[in-house]
Write a protein that binds this ligand. Structure first.
Ligand code: AMP
Ligand code: MG
Length: 331
């Protein structure tokens, strides 16, 4: 029987619903992001956003896909990692729908979904993935049945660093796009702490230093330019070592921060030096959305994965490398 999967995403600030076929066709992908007037994201407010907006977003995803509830043959939801209250609100909707429609349920790892939607879009089979978002910063490659984390942030995620810096400057959440615009106008580089430790990166030191520089009346474009060059340079170094070590011929850039064109340009250069193909996930599939959950749900279900409602508790700290990837036949 052909599969039509409804994927529900709600690990953090965004709630999304997407419908994907087992042919890998994205039939719809609808989302809404909580963007407070000031301050950051409070987990309780985000979960309220998800429960308030979720049903309408799901209904819209079905309408846009041109299907009714009874055409859904599978429900996938983001089981973790993420903020507990947000995950629970999302899981509750997924469970109720699976019970009501009498269709199977699968729980998807959010980070794995960012990789799989990138592979679907690019046709890549086995990339080194640079996954950068508001909550995660990881360089990942597949080895021994798992997506192994070759390097990651030791403290805050790159998107979080950009958002917190932006908040200091009075920019609204999420600040990444505004920082990118400012950086395009900057040209003078101010030195910031460049912190690569082994294969890991650290962003909290450069955030503190950037905030200090800001009080010295350095032009905002130059400051944004310096932040981007330093932060992206650190990622490029780790990614380059992962590519050299694994000798993989594909490099994938995914996650919300993948929308940044300068980051794409830098990593494209790294990939080219190693004769690797490069792909940046297109903006609609870069951030947190339901289509990536639906597609990964299809891959898991096809490989035999099932999750009973009774067992479908959420996993707020579920790491990328804690899941056996049963649907890939690489070693
Ligand atoms: P996600 O957590 O995957 O939904 O991604 C959201 C994160 O991506 C936030 O931290 C944003 O600031 C960041 N982001 C979005 N667009 C850009 C951009 N053009 N440049 C840098 N960061 C961005
Ligand atoms: Mg994400």
């Amino acid at each position: 029987m052909p599969l039509t999967c409804l994927g529900i995403e709600g690990t953090a600030h965004s709630f999304g619903a997407g419908v994907v076929s087992d042919q890998g066709k994205v039939l719809s992908n609808v989302w809404d992001m909580l963007s407070p007037q000031e301050g950051g994201i409070h987990p309780r407010e985000a979960s309220r956003h998800h429960s308030d907006k979720g049903p309408d977003i799901i209904a819209k995803a079905l309408t846009e896909a041109g299907i009714g509830p009874h055409d859904i043959t599978l429900i996938a939801f983001s089981r973790g990692p993420g903020l507990g209250p947000c995950l629970r609100a999302t899981a509750t909707m997924a469970r109720s729908l699976a019970l009501k429609l009498e269709v199977p349920l699968v729980g998807v790892n959010h980070c794995v979904a960012h990789i799989e939607i990138g592979c679907l879009e690019s046709g890549f089979k086995d990339p080194v993935t640079v996954y950068v978002s508001g909550g995660n910063t990881q360089v990942i490659a597949f080895a021994g049945n798992r997506f192994r984390t070759f390097g990651e942030t030791l403290d805050i995620a790159i998107g979080n660093m950009l958002d917190v810096f932006g908040r200091t400057m009075g920019m609204r959440f999420p600040a990444g796009p505004a920082i990118e615009q400012e950086a395009m106008k900057g040209h003078r580089y101010y030195s910031l702490p460049y912190s690569v430790k082994g294969m890991d990166v650290s962003y909290s030191g450069m955030l503190t230093a950037a905030r200090r520089l800001q009080t010295e009346h350095i032009p905002l474009p130059d400051l944004c330019f310096s932040i981007q060059e330093t932060a992206f340079g650190m990622l490029a170094e780790v990614a380059e070592r992962a590519i050299a070590h694994t000798k993989k011929g594909e490099v994938l850039l995914t996650g919300g921060v993948a929308r940044n064109r300068r980051l794409g340009e830098i990593l494209a250069g790294v990939a080219a030096r190693h004769n690797a193909r490069f792909h940046t996930v297109t903006p609609p599939l870069a951030g947190d959305q339901g289509a990536m959950i639906a597609w990964t749900g299809i891959l898991q279900y096809t490989a035999g994965d099932r999750l009973s409602v009774a067992e479908s508790y959420v996993l707020p700290k579920w790491r990328t490398d804690e899941q056996d990837i049963t649907w890939r036949n690489l070693s």
